[in-house]
Design a protein around this ligand. Structure first.
Ligand SMILES: Cc1cc2nc3c(=O)[nH]c(=O)nc-3n(C[C@H](O)[C@H](O)[C@H](O)COP(=O)(O)OP(=O)(O)OC[C@H]3O[C@@H](n4cnc5c(N)ncnc54)[C@H](O)[C@@H]3O)c2cc1C
Length: 343
């Protein structure tokens, strides 16, 4: 990861009072009623980027009951932070919050994906599919019948995937926390079969954290649109991208600050901020929608329908897939074995 802090004073994002940084009020009323600005924010948020609960690298309550959980397994909630509705947990930043004129500008090259909560097991797929033939007995059978072997379960899931019987893959839910540049969110939110809540640039001051491509990011496009590839650039190209991005972001953020200091509303001042500004969101999906997302937002040789996504959304997709594979290994395996075609 490339991470720099320039200008300003002290530690960057998430340090000290920045626990309130991730103001995500569900509505203005929620912001007004939750907690005072500056003291609100997510549990354990200090010292982490965006002041997010538990910090990066914490896996919140991935349900892992062996072998693949109980049917409609008990909802697995965060282990390291209290389970409270997100509108309350994310704290509040009111319209009266003072701008932080000297916040240091940070440049990063990573994305963050955390599994916040889930109720997602291969057994959820199995019992939903078996209701076709077994009716109400299916839940009990899936829990207790010793004849329900992994081989049989694997075969059924593979059959459903291969023949694109998709609805059994909908009886589950995963909520992810994502930090990524806004240009990634623009692409992400085209996926309509999902639920989203993103931090607000109207209710809180945007933090000066910007994306710059890492040194390993391919820069040069080759091939034709629709089937192109990207190859490394010259070192001078990497330096140019880095230099230009930093200059523009610094200038833009300073302009943003000048407008805030002059009393201009956040929703107006933010118009000068570039798309590589980091944002954060919760997204909730079921496995069927996730597979559709993964099929389109990852580039794999073994895909039946190759896709050519922007690398930065692919970085998010890869992390989501890793988390999902742990929850639903048979489903994830069948997805891969059948050409990564969403059922
Ligand atoms: C490599 C790549 C390049 C892209 N380039 C562009 C671009 O240049 N311009 C652009 O505008 N977009 C672009 N997109 C976005 C793309 O067109 C889709 O909007 C996006 O991938 C979401 O896919 P989806 O509709 O399958 O997902 P979701 O919205 O999650 O939908 C999932 C599935 O539900 C069904 N569904 C959802 N809504 C409807 C509906 N209203 N009617 C019927 N069925 C529905 C469909 O089966 C759909 O596949 C690009 C996407 C990719 C992956």
């Amino acid at each position: 990861m490339l991470s720099f802090v320039i200008g300003g004073r002290g530690a960057g994002f998430g340090a000290g009072g920045a626990a309130a940084a991730l103001g995500l009020p569900a509505a203005p009323e929620a912001a007004a009623g939750a907690a005072p600005a500056g003291s609100a924010g997510l549990a354990g948020g200090t010292g982490t980027r965006f002041g997010f609960a538990g910090g990066t690298g914490t896996r919140f309550g991935a349900a892992m009951a062996p072998p693949y959980g109980s049917p409609f397994g008990q909802q697995a909630l965060r282990r390291s932070a209290p389970s409270v509705p997100s509108a309350a947990r994310v704290g509040a930043v009111t319209d009266t919050q003072a701008p932080e004129a000297s916040a240091p500008i940070e440049f990063r090259s990573d994305v963050v994906v955390e599994l916040v909560r889930s109720s997602a097991h291969d057994s959820d797929v199995l019992f939903a599919a078996r209701v076709s033939t077994q009716g109400e007995q299916t839940l009990e059978e899936a829990q207790h019948d010793p004849a329900v072997t992994e081989k049989r379960d694997r075969g059924l899931i593979n059959y459903l995937m291969r023949d694109r019987h998709g609805s059994p893959f909908e009886h589950n839910s995963m909520t992810f926390y994502v930090q990524a540049p806004i240009f990634v969110f623009r692409e992400f939110m085209r996926h309509r079969i999902a639920s989203y809540n993103e931090e607000s640039g109207r209710y809180r001051e945007m933090r000066p954290v910007f994306y710059v491509p890492g040194a390993d990011r391919n820069l040069v496009q080759v091939g034709k649109p629709g089937a192109y590839d990207f190859v490394p650039g010259e070192p001078e190209m990497t330096a140019l991208v880095d230099e230009e991005a930093r200059a523009v972001c610094t200038q833009a953020y300073q302009a943003y600050q000048r407008m805030l200091a002059a009393g201009i509303a956040r929703e107006v001042a933010r118009i000068v901020l570039p798309l590589n500004l980091y944002s954060s969101m919760y997204v909730t999906m079921n496995a069927r929608a996730l597979m559709n997302f993964l099929s389109l937002r990852t580039k794999r040789q073994d895909s039946h329908f190759p896709s050519f996504p922007q690398r930065e959304i692919e970085m998010v997709a890869e992390k989501m897939e890793s988390l999902w594979e742990e929850l639903m290994p048979l489903t994830a395996g069948a997805f891969g074995a059948n050409g990564r075609v969403a059922p």
